[in-house]
Unconditional design. Structure first.
Length: 210
């Protein structure tokens, strides 16, 4: 049975994204890709503490992670509502730590995502000119973005990660087997908490390596 890895900033990836049901397929695909790549995903869903100020928790977690994935695809106005600025604010904390923080923070790396190429130009022009990837609201494309980013920045002379197509194939097999996998743990595959999902992904990936 897989155990959660101990916290290692160099292997920790903070994920800044929406947490609604419509976005869940992309989040879960990215979490799978991060774990399959040998890293530890972190996000605001990791723990719930009503006594902790949310922005303080997020800033602490960003500080504890050398890597950050920031999805800006939900910075939009729907039916006259106000745009959602949580994700750009958290990206700002990450970039601020890299630009102004102590030495340990100045090597932070970021993967900035959007649904469409160059859509962000209309909402956040200050990051124009940076490398922004787009996932087209497709979980497998999100896996490709995460895998390629982590593989491109792997340590010198380290072997490349499995290709994006291979990782997507693994993810499809995982999805097909998840119901059977969770049955032994008395979990409902349609009602997994975030921590349950992390456990199941690690368990499945560990079993593949045996």
């Amino acid at each position: 049975m897989a155990k959660p890895p101990s916290l290692n900033p160099a292997k920790s990836v903070f994920i800044n994204c929406p947490f609604d049901d419509a976005y869940q397929p992309i989040l879960r695909a990215m979490v799978f890709a991060v774990i399959a790549s040998g890293y530890q995903p972190r996000c605001a869903l990791d723990s719930t503490d009503g006594a902790e100020v949310r922005i303080a928790k997020i800033a602490r977690m960003i500080g504890e992670c050398a890597w950050g994935i920031h999805d800006l695809s939900r910075v939009e106005v729907v039916d006259g509502d106000l745009p959602r600025f949580n994700m750009p604010m958290e990206l700002g904390i990450h970039l601020g730590a890299r630009l102004l923080g102590e030495k340990a923070h100045r090597t932070k790396r970021a993967l900035i995502l959007d649904a469409e190429r160059h859509r962000y130009d209309r909402a956040l022009s200050d990051i124009s000119g940076q490398d922004i990837e787009h996932h087209r609201n497709d979980p497998e494309q999100a896996i490709r973005c995460v895998r390629n980013w982590l593989s491109d920045h792997r340590p010198h002379n380290a072997a490349p990660l499995p290709s994006a197509n291979v990782m997507s194939d693994d993810y499809r097999r995982f999805q097909a087997e998840i119901a059977q996998l969770v049955a032994g743990h008395r979990l409902d595959p349609d009602d997994l908490s975030h921590s349950d999902y992390l456990f199941v992904v690690r368990d499945w990936i560990t079993a593949q390596a045996l």
